[in-house]
Design a protein around this ligand. Structure first.
Ligand SMILES: *[C@@H]1O[C@H](CO)[C@@H](O)[C@H](O)[C@H]1NC(C)=O
Ligand SMILES: *[C@@H]1O[C@H](CO)[C@@H](O)[C@H](O)[C@H]1NC(C)=O
Ligand SMILES: *[C@@H]1O[C@H](CO)[C@@H](O)[C@H](O)[C@H]1NC(C)=O
Ligand SMILES: *[C@@H]1O[C@H](CO)[C@@H](O)[C@H](O)[C@H]1NC(C)=O
Ligand SMILES: *[C@@H]1O[C@H](CO)[C@@H](O)[C@H](O)[C@H]1NC(C)=O
Ligand SMILES: *[C@@H]1O[C@H](CO)[C@@H](O)[C@H](O)[C@H]1NC(C)=O
Ligand SMILES: *[C@@H]1O[C@H](CO)[C@@H](O)[C@H](O)[C@H]1NC(C)=O
Ligand SMILES: *[C@@H]1O[C@H](CO)[C@@H](O)[C@H](O)[C@H]1NC(C)=O
Ligand SMILES: *[C@@H]1O[C@H](CO)[C@@H](O)[C@H](O)[C@H]1NC(C)=O
Ligand SMILES: CC(=O)N[C@H]1CO[C@H](CO)[C@@H](O)[C@@H]1O
Length: 580
């Protein structure tokens, strides 16, 4: 990890609790503005404990994680524990204006939650537009002590965090068109592809014959990335902290928000090898600047300095390679925490997803298509992030006017989704979604199936859809318009991937299933950060179950508030049924 400031001791307080195999792991996150210089210029960024990426958190499955976040930056922040189930701890999800108001400058908040039923690599990151560019780090969940990995124990474990860097103040990020950035980083380092960082490259020293567990995270704001190591294969053993059938490959692709655990054996001749990342850009018809691969270095012990071997990276629009990797890995049936795919579906949803337009405000020059602004939508709804109160507080206190619970289970109209073309005035009008804060209410413990259908409005591209609070089974994955007869018969109900983020293929669809066993308000959104303000987002409200133990608890007393006006919280709690 690249230390920006003076070394700060990584204080890990492990307090043994009464249950032998579960511990309380406690950390302090000090968020402050610090100067960093990955390229040629110093930039002020918000960072946790002065490092980019921020500190790696290590827990064991079953532990309680407690993180005191102290905000000494100039930004409103929240920290989201990406992929953590947050079972019965929805208030700790850190989704800005969905489960909490932000932690304002000079304030603090303590996140406290159990991590159960999942093992592998996840990440934590700020959940406020653009800030996750620099506020992120690895969250590593090992098996309970005494429990083995479902694969041979690696010699060492190595986090690899891929990042996207803009050489400017992050607060100004949205002034730039989304996909263009100034560099990509591996563990905070830009490496030999850029003029001022040639001597600052991530290096992994390896011993010949040993096997390493690479804990790979794509923390980039907006870009899917290919990853390869010259002359080596890797064996994928987990995706999004769910074990998979071991899958041997020489190339992988990660959407923003995805993570991969892969074994890598140093089984080649003693020398230097590049490990490289390069963008995967699937948007049709949108020109992208050529990008050199960004390199880290694998250094075999005893290797003399020589020029490293470099991998041949896929073309940036190599949809076939991306699709093969994304669709061909299967879940580890019978492995730790595996649960069979639910056969019966209670709630069926068909959700169109993609871009659209928002009318340019009067007296403004907009640079999007047709002189308008970009928008995005799910079922033709552009999600408006509430400004006054978080959705979950509005739900819990039964305060109206913050959201509506009318998110539709079907798009308002059927059309040839993937082949959309503007030919008539009415086609043109179809590109303008409705702006709304709407949620879909789900009964506790029901099984939800969502077909997410990518549209071709403006441009078809892979959008990484991320669900908070649950993993979903990816039971279907394909190109074209989903056909409920043809494609439903091909669903994989045996060994699908189980994960929290999935790239919906360009001009294609995915079919997801999850069990709504966790009460609270949970976002479902595109994990390209540029698409958060576009509104490619909705929220599920999972109702309480029959017992207090299956109900959303009261918010913690120190939950950050948007307003100091206490009367807003004094509405009758008529809608909250804690009885049973
Ligand atoms: C962050 O820094 C604070 C203050 O320097 C320190 O107490 C804490 O242990 C650090 N946290 C982590 C996770 O490294
Ligand atoms: C908080 O940030 C200010 C600058 O914004 C700095 O002067 C101060 O030392 C920081 N406090 C801590 C405790 O880091
Ligand atoms: C956190 O904020 C509370 C007030 O909300 C304050 O009393 C406390 O001292 C703060 N803690 C830290 C470590 O800054
Ligand atoms: C990688 O795996 C493929 C398929 O199993 C195999 O053909 C190839 O030889 C392997 N390459 C290396 C460097 O081990
Ligand atoms: C996945 O692998 C199987 C063989 O294991 C192969 O038949 C199939 O074509 C692959 N799918 C893709 C999308 O590459
Ligand atoms: C979206 O809704 C607007 C009205 O709010 C309508 O004009 C437009 O045709 C709809 N588009 C689609 C794709 O359904
Ligand atoms: C949820 O449903 C499953 C089967 O559909 C049942 O076994 C389980 O007990 C339910 N859980 C709760 C907490 O009601
Ligand atoms: C920070 O959050 C508060 C409370 O929600 C809000 O009033 C304020 O406008 C926010 N500031 C910024 C810069 O977004
Ligand atoms: C929630 O509040 C609304 C109006 O604020 C009221 O009409 C409704 O009855 C309340 N819900 C319940 C279950 O009491
Ligand atoms: C940038 C910022 O808000 N800094 C504040 C951090 O907190 C201290 C007190 O703990 C304030 O004095 C700073 O102004």
């Amino acid at each position: 990890m690249h230390r920006v400031h003076a070394i700060q001791a990584f204080l890990v307080l492990v307090l043994c609790s009464s249950i032998a195999s579960a511990a309380i792991v406690e950390h302090v996150f000090h968020v402050g503005n610090v100067l960093v210089k990955p390229l040629c210029n110093e930039q002020m960024i918000p960072a946790v404990n002065g490092t980019l990426p921020g500190p790696t958190i290590k827990v064991r499955e079953g532990d309680t994680l407690v993180v005191h976040v102290i905000n000494n930056s100039t930004y409103n922040i929240t920290i989201h524990w990406h992929g953590v189930f947050q079972l019965k701890s929805s208030w700790m999800d850190g989704a800005n204006m969905i489960t909490q108001c932000p932690i304002q400058p000079s304030n603090n908040f303590t996140y406290r939650f159990d991590i159960t039923g999942q093992e592998g690599t996840l990440l934590w990151h700020a959940h406020v537009v653009n800030l996750r560019a620099t506020l992120h780090g690895a969250l590593i969940i090992r098996p309970r002590s005494g429990r083995p990995y479902p694969f041979p124990k690696p010699y060492k474990e190595v986090p690899l965090i891929f990042q996207q860097w803009w050489d400017l103040d992050v607060g100004l990020l949205n002034l730039r068109p989304a996909p263009l950035c100034d560099a990509y980083l591996i563990n905070g380092l830009a490496g030999d592809s850029y003029p001022c960082s040639k001597n600052r490259m991530f290096k992994l020293k390896v011993v010949q014959g040993k096997t390493y567990l690479l804990r790979i995270i794509n923390a980039a704001l907006n870009t899917h990335l290919f990853f390869k190591i010259a002359n080596h294969n890797m064996t994928v053993v987990a995706l999004d902290a769910v074990y998979t059938t071991p899958y041997v490959t020489d190339v992988m692709v990660l959407t923003p928000g995805q993570s991969v655990d892969a074994l890598f054996t140093a089984d080649q001749p003693t020398r230097l090898y590049h490990m490289s990342i390069s963008p995967y850009t699937s948007a049709h018809g949108i020109p992208v600047p050529a990008n050199n691969p960004i390199n880290g270095l694998i250094v075999y012990e005893g290797a003399t300095s020589s020029s490293p071997a470099s991998p041949l990276m896929p073309w940036m629009n190599d949809v076939a390679t991306a699709h093969k990797f994304s669709s061909n890995i299967t879940g580890l049936v019978g492995g730790p925490h595996w649960k069979p795919v639910p056969r019966h579906v209670d709630e069926k949803m068909f959700v169109t997803m993609g871009l659209g337009l928002d009318p340019c405000p009067p007296k403004t020059k907009c640079i999007g298509p047709y002189g308008h602004r970009y928008a995005g939508s799910l079922n033709n709804r552009t999600f408006m992030i509430p400004e006054r109160l978080s959705m979950q507080e509005a739900y819990f206190y039964n305060i109206s006017g913050v959201y509506t619970d009318d998110f539709p289970a079907q798009p308002p109209r059927k059309f040839d989704y993937t082949n959309f073309k503007v030919q008539t005035d009415s086609d043109f009008k179809m590109m303008f979604p409705e702006r709304k804060t709407s949620a879909k209410t789900i009964k506790f413990n029901s099984t939800v199936e969502i077909v997410v259908q990518n549209t071709g409005i403006i441009s078809a591209e892979s959008h990484p859809m991320h669900l908070h609070g649950f993993n979903f089974y990816v039971v279907g994955y394909g190109f074209g318009n989903y056909d409920p007869i043809r494609d439903a018969s091909k669903l994989n109900l045996v060994n699908p991937q189980l994960r929290n983020t999935i790239g919906v293929p360009p001009g294609g669809y995915v079919v997801l299933r999850f069990i709504a066993n966790n009460p609270g308000v949970w976002m479902f959104h595109c994990h390209m950060d540029a698409h958060l303000p576009y509104g490619i987002m909705m929220a599920f409200i999972v109702q309480n179950g029959p017992t207090p133990d299956t109900s959303l608890p009261s918010p913690p007393s120190n939950l950050p508030q948007c307003t100091r006006d206490p009367t807003i919280y004094e509405s009758p709690k008529a809608n909250v049924d804690l009885s049973y």
